[in-house]
Design a protein around this ligand. Structure first.
Ligand code: ZN
Length: 287
């Protein structure tokens, strides 16, 4: 399966917030999106990042609070929709979007792909569909970003008996989405309801683990370091979060050869760019 990584906007944050004992330095957090071109199942996205829709939905109360807390930057040409168009890929040809979780920086483009099925966990979908009003802030899901037919178009992999399941001694249950080992879904709860990551197999048969927001920076899973306590305000389940980081830490120790990429970690993305330049053919990040 061909893998291309795209950056769809970014926001700013402090290292000391996302990593306990970190510096006060302001960091750029890119919104990473995976374009997966499967020989049988066609175009698939892993998350959709930011788009200009972020500014529309945060123009009003209470969503405005998120824009204040999260200074976000995205130009029209940086949306997943427009980057795909520039690559000659029409929105209608995207067959699946794997939604790691429903935080704003992962779902701004869901409405742009009319034929896509949304692959997500039951817990993530349940939380997304019941968010409205002020709970959109506390539950971290903006209803304005959720397509009206979300439920009908969702493929809830963890209740689908046809999706084969295996057990990894460290990561636990792993779901082989198409039964061909090209996309294996890993449950990484804690950061947000029903969060998932994916272990992908590229054209050479090499693995790539996109671990979504298991942590903001790769130093977290490498050193098993938590973020600062203030992030408990954002994190859905602190205990599950710690368990998920611990799992990924041990997986990394056992498989140091597998790149494990958190969505917002420029350091991990930069290292991957050296190791696997072929994933970055269309990368538009300016750093
Ligand atoms: Zn998140």
């Amino acid at each position: 399966m061909k893998i291309n990584l795209l950056q769809c906007g970014y926001c700013h944050g402090r290292e000391s917030v996302v990593l306990k004992g970190g510096r006060k330095t302001k960091l750029v957090f890119p919104a990473l999106v995976g374009l997966l071109q499967h020989p049988v199942h066609g175009n698939i996205l892993f998350d959709t990042g930011y788009s200009e829709r972020f500014y529309e939905v945060t123009a009003k109360w209470p969503e405005k609070i998120t824009a204040w807390l999260l200074p976000t930057f995205v130009k029209p040409e940086e949306s997943a929709l427009n980057q795909l168009k520039a690559m000659g890929i029409e929105a209608e040809t995207v067959n699946y979007i794997i939604v790691s979780h429903f935080h704003v920086d992962h779902i701004c483009g869901l409405k742009d792909f009319p034929n896509a099925k949304f692959v997500c966990s039951a817990a993530a979908l349940y939380n997304a569909l019941k968010s409205k009003g002020f709970s959109s802030i506390t539950k971290g899901v903006m209803p304005g970003l959720i397509p009206s037919d979300m439920a009908q178009r969702s493929w809830i992999f963890d209740t689908d008996k046809k999706v084969s399941q295996e057990n990894d001694e460290i990561l636990g249950a792993i779901y082989d989405l198409f039964g061909d080992s090209s996309i294996k879904i890993v449950e990484l709860p804690g950061h947000h309801n029903g969060q998932i990551g994916v272990i992908l197999k590229d054209e050479k048969g090499d693995p790539l683990f996109l671990c979504a927001d298991i942590c903001w920076l790769s130093d977290s899973y490498r050193e098993n370091r938590l973020p600062s306590s203030i992030t408990k305000l954002l994190i859905t389940d602190w205990k599950a979060y710690k368990t998920s980081i611990d799992k990924v830490h041990h997986y990394y120790k056992k498989h140091p050869e597998i790149p494990i990429i958190p969505t917002h970690c420029l350091k991990a993305i930069g290292e991957l760019r050296v190791q696997k330049p072929e994933y970055f053919e269309y990368w538009k990040g300016t750093w």
